[in-house]
Design a protein around this ligand. Structure first.
Ligand SMILES: Cc1cn([C@H]2C[C@H](O)[C@@H](COP(=O)(O)OP(=O)(O)O)O2)c(=O)[nH]c1=O
Length: 228
């Protein structure tokens, strides 16, 4: 068990797997129970997002530049918000964390060590809720939602190619997540909960039971988490 202050609960998984919904439900529930809680999002530093957008529009955003920028953005966020909040005893719910950067780097063909170095010294999550869901289901949801998958350094000519490329990209990310969470070194101070493709009710049940169990184990106080 992680004995450090605060509790860091991380939601991970490819786009369209349902993280945002899980994050929102858990946040609302903890808040309504008077728990000091906050949601944090990956890549939330505005200025870095602007730089990425600008470079992308100028066709200058290589996978390597994107990788460096995403880790700078993460570190800024880490020191400005994540670390201080945990120090104050908050329960932080993270919509993506370092594992997103690590899997993205691999899927984008970046072999640098930046991600690994960052991983070594930042706070490990108490719990990782990983959505282990069929990639095609996620892809269909993304299409329905109408949100384009963002990828650096990619020029795709027609829809058919785009679809196959995006599906392959998501497959690659999902595969890398599975590899990461099998690495004993990486997950030795944390608990990985796999969320399978089930009904929404079952997903909520898994989140509720794992979060409730962990909080009471760590704090010695029962926090009843009701997600409905
Ligand atoms: C959880 C869930 C989401 N969705 C839809 C809602 C969203 O438009 C889309 C993606 O969900 P979302 O929670 O936004 O996923 P993520 O944050 O991982 O990208 O899928 C379903 O159709 N069924 C589900 O069971």
């Amino acid at each position: 068990m992680n004995r450090q202050k605060g509790i860091l609960i991380v939601f991970e998984g490819i786009s369209g797997c349902g993280k945002s919904k899980g994050v929102e439900d858990l946040y609302r529930e903890l808040l309504s129970r008077g728990v000091k809680t906050k949601v944090i999002e990956w890549n939330s530093i505005y200025i870095i997002r602007k730089i990425v957008k600008k470079l992308h529009s100028m066709n200058l955003l290589t996978s390597w530049i994107y990788s460096i920028l995403q880790w700078i953005s993460f570190l800024l966020h880490y020191f400005v918000e994540i670390k201080p909040c945990l120090g104050k005893g908050y329960i932080l719910i993270a919509d993506r964390y370092i594992y997103t950067g690590l899997t993205r780097d691999i899927a984008n063909g970046v072999k640098g060590k930046t991600g690994k170095r960052v991983t070594k010294f930042v706070r490990k999550p108490d719990l990782i809720l990983f959505y282990d869901i069929d990639v095609k289901v996620c892809y269909e949801r993304i299409e329905r939602r109408g949100k384009i998958l963002f990828r650096p350094n990619r020029r795709v000519q027609c829809n058919k190619v785009l679809k196959t490329e995006n599906l392959n990209y998501l497959e690659e990310m999902h595969k890398e997540y599975l590899n990461l969470f099998k690495d004993p070194e990486l997950v030795k101070e944390t608990n990985v909960i796999y969320i399978p493709l089930e009904s929404y009710e079952v997903t909520k049940m898994i989140i509720k039971n794992s979060v409730e169990g962990y909080i009471s184990e760590k704090t010695g106080e029962g926090v009843k988490v009701k997600l409905d």
